[in-house]
Ligand binder design. Structure first.
Ligand SMILES: O=C(O)CCC(=O)C(=O)O
Ligand SMILES: [Fe+2]
Length: 326
């Protein structure tokens, strides 16, 4: 096994002014997206809708993720001190068969909670993949005909740690706690939508600009999970040469990213919970069924990223399946 090189420290992304009034995606934004593999769009989601979704996400969290037995810790929404260093109980394991096979409905790893099961609720579908503003951008970038959105990946909440001393903060920054990776199954276009404000160094979604071009060439097929022999070397090249950027943002901001982009949850040494909804877009093409995904070890029920039956082989033109405003 090859060891993953230590990532460079992320910088805070400074969005250039590329948007044009009256168009969903400007030519300058398309150029930026093709070069960098992502597009950060501010204030895309209506604040009432985001606030309502955040209320519901909080309720789901409090209902479905109890504190550990014997722990004195209690989570209280109105008491930000209680958000620090959560001590959750063990959650039910993943089913070993059936529609929810292979991944827990709600998964907790340390300070991260991934609420997958709620990902198909109507309010999350309306908020993100079926939101006309978001869908229009996805259509302009990827394809006029997108697959019908059946679910989001759910709500991902990253909790703050205990209060740190300046020394401890510096140590954490120097130690860079990033987990660069690419996602599997079928990767074309993904989005991360913020349900609440995300201050600097508070878990903001983090990407490696330009890594989509390197990783695209390290697969056999354009979108389906199909790593080639060069995959590990490509990953090493990305992580050791590209400075990742962290998205500091407000409630309602959305990051669109090319599915081969290397990414990570951001460094979190702040005081707030990073609330985000993740979703997938693919072109409307024939896809494999659930059992075919199981047979390939790629059954990820919580994603709307199903393998194409006939994917296109990678060539020098990584955009031949994309619309890019054309
Ligand atoms: O929570 C995040 O910021 C990243 C999540 C992610 O990359 C994943 O679940 O694949
Ligand atoms: Fe990921």
């Amino acid at each position: 096994m090859s060891e993953r090189p230590v990532s460079r420290l992320s910088t805070l992304f400074k969005p250039p002014e590329l948007a044009e009034k009256g168009v969903s995606v400007s030519n300058a934004e398309i150029e930026f997206f093709t070069e960098n593999g992502f597009l950060f769009k501010r204030n895309l989601i209506d604040s009432d809708a985001s606030a309502d979704a955040l209320d519901r996400a909080w309720r789901s969290l409090l209902d479905s993720v109890p504190p550990a037995d014997g722990s004195a810790w209690v989570l209280i929404r109105d008491d930000p001190d209680s958000w620090r260093s959560p001590q959750w109980s063990e959650l039910p394991p993943a089913d070993t068969s059936g529609p929810f096979e292979g991944r827990q409905r709600t998964a907790v790893h340390g300070r991260t909670v991934k609420m997958h099961e709620i990902g198909n609720e109507e309010y999350l579908l309306d908020l993100v993949p079926n939101n006309p503003k978001i869908r229009e951008i996805a259509r302009a970038l990827l394809a006029d005909r997108l697959k019908l959105s059946e679910r989001t990946r759910g709500v991902y909440a990253l909790f703050p740690t205990k209060q740190l001393s300046t020394e401890e903060i510096q140590k954490r920054i120097n130690g860079v706690s990033l987990g660069p990776h690419t996602d599997r199954v079928c990767q074309q276009l993904n989005v991360c939508a913020y349900l609440d404000d995300v201050p600097p160094r508070s878990g903001g979604f983090t990407v490696y600009p330009g890594s989509h071009r390197i990783m695209f060439q390290a697969h056999r097929y354009e979108a389906n999970w199909s790593p080639s022999d060069s995959f590990n070397d490509a990953m090493r090249e990305v992580v050791s040469t590209i400075t990742p950027v962290e998205f500091v943002g407000k409630q309602g901001d959305v990051v669109f990213w090319h599915g081969r982009t290397v990414h990570s949850a951001g460094i979190h040494i702040g005081d707030t919970i990073r609330w985000a909804v993740f979703a997938d877009f693919t072109e409307d093409r024939e896809i494999l069924d659930a059992d075919a995904h199981r047979a390939l070890g790629l059954y990820e029920w919580f994603k709307d990223a199903k393998l194409f039956r006939n994917d296109v082989e990678v060539s020098d033109d990584m955009w031949r399946s994309w619309r890019l405003g054309r």
